[in-house]
Design a protein around this ligand. Structure first.
Ligand code: AMP
Ligand code: MN
Ligand code: MN
Ligand code: MN
Length: 282
């Protein structure tokens, strides 16, 4: 009898290289301690944590997939596209991510100006110690600063009051084009996956257009089980995966032991009939 080992898969999480609070090594250790055996670190627009993540993962007996979460603008909204199985040394990918990150510092100054107008001065200086990677100041870092400064009780409240996409301090960005992000991922040997589709505020028609365009561009996967989805949404996006013939992915989107709704390795398995996005990459 051929018994397959039970897999615990987590292919979406963040370290201090983007807006997580743990170093890549510490995220790897936490993933392994939580029983994860197929893992990917997917920092926002940045691959500089990949080498140490892979080395630590391998030394702890996990199978590792190179990962990144690319910020994309599609129909005037931000969509996140995860690249799995990428070669992080691919020069076109590295350069594409560098251009995607450019502009974050200026945007941070504009967010700080907005917060000052709302009665919270000095946020740009305040946020800098929270952003361990100076090229990657994110809204999450502002949220942590505003909690520490006593303006809000927790990170979620900051987003709800000020920093969500509709919030009064938010500054929209023109991120990468969908076609560019997919070409970088594919050029680096990876599989592209639409991250947490349940978080986007598109109309049903727009969702259909997004999925079709993504597929036409060679996009293969969609996150079904993610820390950003409710159990109802697991079923909803499992059906989308079936309808469009997408591979299915899963990941906690872990950022911090105290902030994240779901810890590493804590999510249920994918529905058994779906084709896992990592199958062809191991
Ligand atoms: P940025 O790339 O700077 O726009 O920041 C995006 C990050 O902010 C996401 O990856 C999440 O970690 C966090 N974020 C965005 N929207 C929300 C929200 N409504 N609630 C909590 N966190 C959020
Ligand atoms: Mn994030
Ligand atoms: Mn995301
Ligand atoms: Mn994420």
């Amino acid at each position: 009898m051929n018994i397959e080992p039970i897999s615990c898969v987590d292919l979406h999480c963040h370290s201090t290289v983007s807006d997580g609070v743990l170093s890549p090594e510490a995220v790897a250790q936490r993933a392994a301690a939580h029983g994860v055996n197929i893992w990917s670190l997917t920092d926002h627009d940045e691959v500089s944590g990949q080498k140490i993540a892979r080395e630590t993962a391998t030394s702890l007996g996990m199978q590792y997939l190179g990962g990144v979460e690319i910020s994309v603008t599609w129909a005037n909204q931000t969509v996140h596209v995860v690249g799995l199985g990428i070669d992080e040394n691919n020069p076109v990918l590295v350069e594409g991510l560098r251009t995607t990150r450019a502009g974050r510092a200026d945007r941070a100054k504009r967010i700080s100006d907005n917060l000052a107008r709302l009665g919270m001065p000095g946020a740009y200086e305040g946020v800098l110690p929270f952003a361990r990677n100076p090229e990657l100041i994110s809204r999450t870092h502002f949220a942590r600063y505003l909690v520490q400064a006593g303006y809000c009780p927790d990170v979620q409240t900051v987003f709800d009051r000020y920093l969500s996409d509709e919030g009064p301090a938010h500054e929209p960005m023109q991120w990468a084009k969908l076609a560019s992000a997919l070409s970088w991922i594919h050029g680096a040997g990876g599989v592209a996956v639409i991250a947490h589709p349940g978080r986007y505020h598109y109309t049903p028609t727009q969702f259909g257009a997004l999925f079709s365009e993504f597929k036409d561009l060679g996009g293969q996967g969609i996150e079904v089980v993610t820390g950003s989805h409710s159990p109802h949404q697991y079923h909803e996006y499992a059906q989308i995966a079936r309808d469009y013939g997408f591979l299915a992915s899963c990941g906690s989107d872990f950022h911090s032991p105290s902030e994240s709704r779901h810890d590493l390795g804590s999510l249920p398995a994918l529905p058994a009939d779906l084709v896992p996005a990592w199958k062809s990459l191991l």
